[in-house]
Design a protein around this ligand. Structure first.
Ligand SMILES: Nc1nc2c(ncn2[C@@H]2O[C@H](COP(=O)(O)OP(=O)(O)OP(=O)(O)O)[C@@H](O)[C@H]2O)c(=O)[nH]1
Ligand SMILES: [Mg+2]
Length: 390
């Protein structure tokens, strides 16, 4: 829905964006909010800005309080093929799952909130390793900053995929809805959106570079340009994927949504009413997510979990081979499903991409191998690719 903001408000938003000092930013955001007219079209925006203000205020207070105290470590460097974050409420069995599926050394207890910092572990799957991270428990109000919620949700935002842990000893649909609600408020989407808009603002004069990778719906490139300029955005690289509307562009000016594929893991299958609660969960999920029910004490569940994660992430492995060698590299390249030979070359090196001219591909899915293919050839999982340059 269009927000129809007055020019003054747009200008104030830009000022808030550019402010480096948190106090100045807070002040600008408060002024911005007072300039936003109250109607249906601005409802979401106003809620979003209020959350931003509350978070910023808390950050300023925390900084004052924390001077000299130890900080909790929340950022975890990515390792392996993908980083997956386990989200769930307290005592749902997140640590138990992590301990059963990975090599992590983690404390399991029946006390609430045992895990206070993210804990990583590696889950092997075929020739890949997934990095699984237990996030601290998520509670209602996490997106507004309760119980380190902002940091926990930032972990999820930074990950490649999510495991939503649902405990079958309690009401499963209530747990799931709470998680989805907090994710939505943090603008982390678990459903693939029709469009994604990325705005990378630069402070030097490169002008507006708008790259339309998909298509524009109900607007032209000029409209997008005009909208950005009305927010005083004059230097930025803007990438539009999928079918983007002008509303999508405006939304992402305020804060971009990210899509994180998710699966549900149901825990505590051994409790008395687990089978009927699993049915309840299935009916409220209604095929929106894959549900994996594996006993967390049983290591054999690791393979099933690995496979479901691999499927949900929308990635494939390809093995590259040098033209003069017989063997392909033992370690796969991880690329997005439906990637082309050109995109693989780009991932290897941008210079390599420029010089590539064709490839030879070995695969069981082809009637004969190797097959000589062009740069637009779409790759599949386990393809062996030999790139040729000009
Ligand atoms: N019956 C049963 N109990 C389980 C299962 N998995 C975990 N538990 C118990 O549930 C309690 C909480 O387990 P944790 O793995 O520590 O839960 P958590 O989600 O990591 O909890 P916090 O980190 O404290 O928020 C412990 O007492 C576990 O023994 C299971 O499959 N069945
Ligand atoms: Mg734990």
């Amino acid at each position: 829905m269009p927000t129809n903001l007055p020019a003054e408000a747009k200008k104030k938003w830009n000022e808030a964006f550019l402010a480096r000092n948190p106090r100045k930013k807070l002040q600008c955001l408060q002024e911005f909010l007072s300039l936003v007219p109250k109607h249906k079209g601005t409802e979401k925006l106003r809620a979003q800005v209020k959350t931003k203000i509350a978070t910023l205020r808390r950050e300023i207070q925390d900084k004052k309080r924390r001077k000299g105290k130890v900080h909790r470590k929340f950022f975890i460097e990515k390792e392996g093929a993908s980083q997956i974050v386990i989200l769930g409420q307290t005592n749902t069995g997140r640590s138990s799952l992590l301990a059963a599926m990975t090599n992590a050394n983690v404390e399991i207890s029946d006390y609430a909130f045992t895990t206070r910092e993210p804990v990583p572990g590696m889950l092997p799957f075929e020739d890949l390793q997934f990095q699984i991270i237990e996030a601290p428990a998520l509670i209602e109000g996490a997106s507004e900053g309760k119980a380190w919620g902002q940091q926990t949700l930032a972990l999820a935002r930074n990950a490649d995929g999510l495991i939503l842990l649902v405990d079958l000893s309690k009401d499963p649909c209530h747990q799931l809805n709470l998680l989805l609600d907090e994710l939505e408020k943090a603008r982390i989407l678990t459903r693939k959106p029709n469009a994604s808009v990325e705005i990378n603002r630069t402070h030097i004069g490169v002008g507006l570079r708008i790259l339309v990778m998909g298509s524009l719906v109900g607007c032209t490139l000029r409209d997008v340009e005009r909208l950005l300029k009305s927010y005083k955005i004059r230097n930025a690289v803007v990438k539009l994927n999928g079918r983007a509307t002008l509303d999508d562009v405006e939304d992402s000016i305020f804060e971009s949504s990210v899509f994180r594929p998710a699966i549900i893991v149901a825990s505590k299958l051994d409790v008395k009413r687990a089978p009927e609660r699993l049915k309840e969960l299935e009916s409220c999920v209604n095929d929106r997510f894959k549900i994996v029910a594996v006993p967390s004490i049983d290591k054999s569940g690791g393979e099933q979990l690995g496979e479901e994660l691999f499927k949900s992430l929308g990635i494939i492995r390809v093995y590259t081979k040098q033209p003069n060698r017989k063997e392909s590299s033992p370690d796969p390249f991880i690329i997005r499903k439906n990637s082309t030979v050109a995109e693989l070359a780009q991932q290897i090196h941008s210079d390599f991409a420029r010089r590539s001219s064709y490839a030879r591909v070995w695969s069981k899915r082809l009637p004969f191998s190797p097959r000589k293919v062009g740069l637009s050839f779409v790759l599949a999982d386990k393809d062996v690719v030999e790139m040729h340059v000009r």
